[in-house]
Design a protein around this ligand. Structure first.
Ligand SMILES: C[S@@+](CC[C@H](N)C(=O)[O-])C[C@H]1O[C@@H](n2cnc3c(N)ncnc32)[C@H](O)[C@@H]1O
Length: 302
């Protein structure tokens, strides 16, 4: 083999490598409006894993978050609860499914303020036990009942047309199959009922491939840390529209006295969590926001 052949071989290898690297990065961001290649490979964090995560981490959450485990929150948690009651349309006389209820901090607040009936479910046995105690302490057993269950199976737990409103308060993102979850929820929701979702969604920035790859890497790490399957906003709207829902509104939560991510940061510091190996500050500053976007939305079942 002479030098010329070796040189040609090296150039071909280099060019092939660059093409494959580019294809890899490109395909990872390849979206045809409502279709995302990654949808073919739904998230891997299954309910059993999510449940044992919350069983194990219960005390750590309780210490920093109290009884409302929501990261996008107000300094004064009552203000967040009031805001959600307004946004989701929680009014006297309705029947609510709190899908992914934690230890029932929000459910207890809502039931203390309104004449409502709530079925609450969590995939963590530990949370279900603590929630049951919290409900008794609040004297609200006649209004809230909690159980340990997987929300992908709600259609097997409750009769059809049971609820006026289904709440997903930072719980929707844990679903391993968002389509399956919404299909099940649709069955137990009455015609004319509502689904309210407040959660974090994948950030969709018009940046360079490298910037987008960095965001993707952060989301992947976040999913691993929190046992999340961070949803795609457009895919979520698409799923609900396919099931004959009407999107009433969608916005970044305008909560009073936003805590500026203080509670998340405290939780990260206490538990040594970093999405970018301790260099989070380099990547958290996209437009002053995070690697995911908080949204809330209300859907109406036709
Ligand atoms: C971030 S916490 C939010 C808790 C509560 N909504 C609140 O505001 O305090 C997420 C909750 O979703 C629940 N969850 C996650 N996956 C679930 C599943 N497959 N079925 C039922 N609950 C689930 C978890 O058990 C946990 O209670």
């Amino acid at each position: 083999m002479n030098c010329c052949t070796i040189l040609i071989f090296l150039i071909i290898t280099l060019v092939t490598g660059v093409v494959f690297l580019w294809l890899y990065l490109y395909l990872n961001h390849f979206r045809i409006k409502y279709f995302d290649l990654r949808m073919l490979f739904p998230g891997k964090r299954k309910p059993a894993e999510v449940g044992s995560y919350y069983d194990t981490w219960h005390e750590r959450y309780e210490e920093v978050y109290g009884s409302t485990i929501q990261s996008y929150r107000s300094e004064n948690i009552a203000l967040l609860h009031e805001y959600i009651m307004q946004s989701a349309g929680i009014k006297d006389g309705i029947k609510i499914l709190d899908a992914g209820c934690g230890v029932c901090g929000p459910a207890i607040y809502f039931a203390g303020k309104r004449d409502i009936n709530i079925d609450a479910i969590t995939v963590s046995q530990k949370q279900a036990d603590v929630a049951a105690e919290n409900i008794i302490k609040a004297g609200l057993e006649h209004k809230i009942s909690v159980r340990h269950a997987d929300f992908h199976q709600v259609d097997k737990l409750f009769p059809e047309n049971s609820f006026d409103l289904i709440l997903f308060l930072e719980s929707y993102g844990h679903a391993y199959n968002h389509e399956k979850l919404i299909k099940a929820a649709t069955k137990v929701l009455k015609k004319g009922g509502h689904i309210y979702i407040k959660d974090y969604f994948k950030k969709d920035l018009p940046g360079s491939l490298l910037q987008r790859q960095l965001i993707r890497m952060g989301i992947k790490n976040m999913n691993n840390v929190y046992r999340y399957n961070t949803p795609d906003l457009y895919h979520t709207i698409y799923i609900l529209r396919q099931l004959n829902f009407e999107l009433k509104w969608l916005r970044i939560p305008d909560i009073p006295e936003w805590d500026g991510n203080k509670v998340i940061q405290k939780f990260h510091e206490k538990n040594n969590i970093a999405f970018y190996n301790g260099k989070d500050e380099l990547y958290d500053q996209n437009n002053g926001r995070f690697i995911v976007d908080p949204y809330e939305m209300l859907f109406y079942k036709r």
